[in-house]
Design a protein around this ligand. Structure first.
Ligand SMILES: *[C@@H]1O[C@H](CO)[C@@H](O)[C@H](O)[C@H]1NC(C)=O
Length: 519
């Protein structure tokens, strides 16, 4: 063991230059994939496409995890699906990246369900390599307690078969989520802080040890473990955002810059978070990576910053950024919020003086235009930086004109758009563009538009889904011919120019789009 490690160190030192460009992630192809999987006990495989943003974000995390896991004989591989399309199809890959865990066989891989961060990958794959419950001894238990973020250890007597079985059941169900160990060594069980049979959850955050001495039953222990595993003050990120949004309680965000600032707030706000537990979730958010999210909360990108969001109605309560953000200020603000003393902030562009074929909605006229019970209103929720939205704009104008220019249609149908980054809207918008039809007489149940972004398909959708069934097919057919021939006549050069301008679109906007996309 020692000599092996020594050898490893030597190798690393000697081969530093080579090692830095040699990746520990194995790039596999159709002709070597099967053999590699069969000859390795545990493999994490990533199926990716070079252009995919989430894959690019994962790449450095994946590299770091591969280097770490190599020491444990766990291999990380990747397959470029733009080159090995048949192989990817055979493995049912439908989106990028797809991550699967193989156990020495091509059959029954399981989906990787951890987060896409290096420490999560290492932790998840390490759990995969261990039995569901690690049997501990007095020599191994101490190291085990600190070997993951959440470690669950059962203490029971050697002859207590029932507790052993109960604990195995829990571990088998949740082995991907937490690390489980059990000990029946009499000297350890007797000296433990818990009366056998009992459980202690060890965490690397909040209280390091939490004891469970209730009934030794699957449901009771499972719910104890789940509650204990959630930190009092968590972190908002791509992997946790959806969970917070669907938690059904308001989310209080602290935008922090750097670990030091984060630690200050995490420690300083613990009591406040405990006081409001179950009523307000408190979390930090990395301002360096996700600062753009501040504008969704009507905050400027100035750190640290604080806001509470009522997630169900998307109401925002930003903390006044002209004041200093102290722990006391957050406490007072949060208490006022909990007592219903604060009013949500409403962000709106000015109401436009005139309207064109596509109505411009802002927060202040949203109700009047969208909720007009007489009309079918198609609304595009867009962001000014979003490339897909820009591509849609001319088609959407064309669509708007079809209804706007026909007095009979115009009475029944409105085509509208709203920049949802500059205006507060009641709808929860997950990505841009989001398009919804608010039907006359049925405003509380908008229909999401899922079709292709072509004028024909929008027209069909409005006819089929709209309360008034307005059919603009003929109007479209009559104007289509000249428009299309004009399009065809356009010289290839201008098409190429257009493509180029899309590709060279400001990288800042592109980066911002990726971030929004991820959160
Ligand atoms: C639980 O039971 C299994 C199977 O009998 C045994 O191998 C294991 O050592 C027991 N666990 C402990 C902590 O004694």
């Amino acid at each position: 063991m020692l000599s092996k490690q020594f050898f490893f160190t030597l190798m690393t030192a000697a081969g530093l230059a080579a090692a830095s460009d040699a990746s520990d992630v194995h790039q596999l192809k159709t002709d070597n994939f099967d053999e590699f999987i069969k000859s390795n006990d545990l493999v994490l495989a990533e199926f990716y496409a070079p252009w995919c943003g989430h894959c690019k974000a994962l790449a450095p995390e994946y590299e770091t995890a591969a280097t770490e896991l190599k020491k444990k004989n766990i291999a990380l591989v990747k397959v470029d699906c733009t080159e090995e399309s048949d192989l990817c199809q055979k493995h049912g890959v439908e989106g990028y990246p797809t991550l699967k865990v193989f156990r020495g066989s091509l059959d029954n891989p399981s989906p990787y369900s951890g987060q896409r961060k290096h420490d999560s990958i290492v932790s998840y794959m390490t759990k995969q390599s261990l039995p569901a419950v690690s049997v501990l001894t007095k020599d191994t238990i101490d190291a085990f307690k600190t070997s993951d973020k959440v470690v669950v250890v059962a203490y029971f007597n050697a002859d207590d078969k029932a507790s052993n079985e109960t604990f195995s059941k829990i571990a088998n169900t949740h082995r991907d989520d937490y690390l489980f160990g059990a000990i029946s060594d009499a000297s350890v069980v007797e000296a433990a802080k818990v009366k056998a049979p009992g459980v202690i959850v060890y965490r690397n955050f909040d209280e390091p040890e939490t004891v469970y001495e209730g009934a030794f039953e699957v449901d009771a222990i499972t719910s104890f473990v789940k509650t204990t595993a959630i930190p009092l003050i968590g972190e908002v990120g791509p992997e946790t955002y959806a969970g917070y949004m669907s938690a059904g309680i308001p989310l209080a965000y602290v935008f922090v810059e750097g670990d030091e600032q984060k630690a200050k707030f995490v420690t300083g706000l613990k009591n406040l978070a405990a006081k409001h537990k179950g009523k307000i979730n408190f979390a930090t958010i990395d301002a360096v990576a996700f600062g753009a999210h501040a504008q969704n909360l009507n905050l400027e990108q100035k750190w640290p910053a604080f806001a509470i969001q009522k997630t169900e109605k998307n109401e925002k309560f930003p903390f006044d950024q002209t004041k200093e953000l102290t722990l006391e200020a957050i406490e007072e603000f949060s208490n006022d919020f909990a007592e219903g003393k604060l009013k949500p902030s409403i962000k709106s562009e000015p109401i436009p003086e005139t309207q064109g074929p596509v109505y411009t909605i802002v927060a202040h006229n949203y109700e009047e235009i969208v909720m007009d019970e007489e009309k079918d209103v198609l609304v595009e929720f867009y962001a000014h930086w979003c490339g897909h939205c820009k591509a849609l704009a001319p088609k959407y104008e064309e669509l708007g004109a079809l209804y706007f220019n026909n007095p009979d249609f115009a009475k029944k149908v409105t085509i509208a758009k709203v920049d949802a980054t500059l205006n507060d809207v009641p709808d929860e918008i997950q990505g841009f563009p989001t398009i919804k039809l608010f039907r006359a007489g049925k405003k509380s149940e908008p229909v999401d538009y899922q079709g292709a972004r072509t004028v024909e398909d929008f027209v069909k959708f409005i006819k089929e889904q709209g309360t008034h069934s307005v059919d603009a097919t003929d109007a479209l057919a009559n104007k289509d011919t000249p428009a299309e021939s004009a399009g065809k006549a356009a010289p290839a050069a201008s098409e190429a120019a257009e493509e180029e301008s899309t590709a060279s679109a400001s990288t800042e906007a592109a980066a911002e789009e990726t971030k929004h996309d991820e959160l």
